[in-house]
Design a protein around this ligand. Structure first.
Ligand SMILES: [Ca+2]
Ligand SMILES: [Ca+2]
Ligand SMILES: [Ca+2]
Length: 525
């Protein structure tokens, strides 16, 4: 069956993605220790925003907290000032991943053993099974590492999660990775936030998965959950994943401790923000988090040990990395936002994050300023998430008005796209209705022998440029149709002339454009 094949392909890609992670984590761990780098990062509370604010009365006594640069250093997520008021209490995060070790001493207080689910045996204990641990295609350590970033307790052992009192619901879909497990986990009713650090396949043909996701969300429309996704680690265009092009998903890229885009992080017009994900190399700062307990399981095992006193039981790893680490940090921050204001929906959250993230790496050429004076980048989205700022804004935020949509379509034409010519074809759409833009989709139909040659740029009436495809990508799958999503026009006005430019910038392989559809989502001003 068609749908089955498509969904399966998503999981195949997940396996690949995690295989990559697992191998890299293991290999990096084998290459040496990281004392030098952690020492470099041992100055904490250095966040450039905290100096002007009132003194912090919240104290964290977890011994590895000082090594969690991603929480409190200059290019961390600035979460310490939030904890005095909010720690995620009463908010549930579903971790769609491999298993979470429910007996881990830093997770056991927060794990919800009523609503967690392990699909292999329909158990409410999400801990990886023996079968999962032995399956070399499943990274059984991954879910526990993701869970610690979100929800490790402030209990004077190990680390602190971003939301140390959140209700953690493990959805161990990868113990039985099939279509029904996936659909069930994506439509799970007992969660507020769904965090997804599995890779969307960066090739075409995943529209069915997007349809599945959209249908689930439509069904839950009155109370939709917040879907947070990792942008992926392929240094490729996240616009080539249909799920990440859905306006329902909040897409997160990864940065290093130096406030630069991580070398593996994907780029794309659908990226909302970035959060720390660390480096690829073991000897550079990565993400310290919970690990499967003991020296036999996890990333931290005999032979590749994070060898400090506080980790004598091999229960923590210092080598987790990737957009897999960045996405759960944002999920944790959103839990704090929801605790501050339960009425926020996914559109409100995106809006607040877009308006309150930090522009970093300011000389990066990808930054553009849109009509609403927001700086946005196809690498950084609206910048590094700042927990203090977004939670403060969340507290007093009144939900956006109902969503409204504008659609413009040009179709049934045959427009040749000239080979190896940067001018290409230009289409213009006149929009009369004036709404405040939140998200824009551009759907195209082409018949081209190598779509990767096509550079596609969407321009708003105020002349904000959003690069949807950069034109020298490895993909031959046609856009027939393909729907890109862009968040770059957040809070701009819709009225005026929108432009679509499509050019073929690589030699050989040619094609035609046959339809373009522009959909603008937003709200009445
Ligand atoms: Ca702890
Ligand atoms: Ca271990
Ligand atoms: Ca060409």
């Amino acid at each position: 069956m068609h749908t089955n094949l498509k969904t399966k392909s998503l999981f195949d890609s997940w396996f690949f993605y995690f295989l990559f992670f697992s191998l890299s984590a293991f290999l990096f761990s084998a290459c040496g220790k990281s004392e030098a780098s952690s020492e470099k990062n041992s100055i904490f509370l250095e966040n450039n925003q905290s100096s002007e604010r009132s003194p912090q009365s919240h104290t964290v006594l977890d011994p590895l907290y000082k090594k969690q640069w991603y929480l409190h250093q200059k290019f961390g997520i600035n979460v310490l000032p939030v904890w005095e008021s909010y720690q995620g209490e009463g908010i549930s995060i579903g971790v769609v991943d491999s298993g979470i070790q429910a007996l881990h001493p830093d997770l056991m207080d927060n794990i919800d053993l009523k609503y967690s689910f392990r699909y292999e045996d329909n158990s409410s204990d999400p801990t990886p099974t023996q079968k999962e641990l032995e399956n070399s295609f499943v990274d059984a350590s991954h879910g526990t590492a993701v869970a610690g970033i979100i929800a490790a307790s402030q209990n004077e052992i190990g680390i602190s999660g971003v939301a140390p009192k959140v209700n953690l619901i493990g959805l161990n879909v990868f113990s039985r990775p099939d279509d029904s497990a996936f659909e069930d986990a994506m439509g799970y009713e007992n969660i507020d936030i769904s965090t997804n650090s599995w890779g969307a396949d960066l090739s075409f043909g995943l529209d069915d998965d997007r349809v599945v996701l959209d249908a689930i969300i439509q069904k839950m429309f009155n109370d939709p959950i917040i879907y947070v996704f990792a942008s992926g680690n392929e240094v490729s265009n996240s616009g080539f994943s249909s799920i990440l092009n859905s306006r329902y998903t909040l897409v997160v890229g990864a940065t290093t401790e130096q406030g630069k885009i991580a070398p593996y992080s994907n780029f794309g017009a659908n990226i909302l923000c970035v959060a720390p994900g660390g480096h690829e190399e073991k000897n550079l700062p990565n993400i310290i988090t919970t690990d499967l307990m003991g020296s036999l399981f996890g990333y931290d095992v005999k032979g590749s040990h994070f060898d400090i006193f506080e980790n004598q039981n091999y229960d923590y790893t210092d080598s987790f990395n990737g957009t897999s680490a960045a996405a759960p940090m944002v999920s944790g921050v959103i839990a704090l936002m929801l605790e501050a204001n339960k009425k926020l929906n996914y559109r409100d959250i995106k809006y607040i994050i877009a308006h309150n993230s930090r522009k970093i790496d300011t000389n990066h050429s990808s930054w553009v300023q849109n009509e609403a004076n927001l700086w946005v980048s196809r690498y950084y989205g609206f910048g590094l998430i700042d927990a203090k700022k977004v939670v403060e804004r969340a507290k007093e935020f009144k939900s956006l008005p109902l969503e409204t949509t504008i659609t413009k379509q040009l179709d049934a034409f045959v427009l040749p796209i000239k080979d190896n010519d940067s001018v290409g074809v230009e289409l213009r759409f006149q929009v009369d209705k004036n709404i405040s833009v939140e998200y824009v989709e551009l759907e195209l139909n082409t018949n081209h022998s190598y779509s990767g040659d096509l550079k596609i740029i969407l321009t708003s009436p105020s002349n904000t440029l959003s690069v949807l495809a950069n034109g020298n990508t490895i993909t031959e799958d046609p856009y027939n149709p393909w729907s890109f999503g862009s968040i770059a026009f957040m809070d701009e006005r819709s009225a005026g002339e929108w432009g679509v430019s499509i050019s073929d910038i690589m030699e050989n392989d040619t094609g035609i454009l046959s339809s373009v559809k522009l959909t603008i989502y937003g709200h009445q001003k």
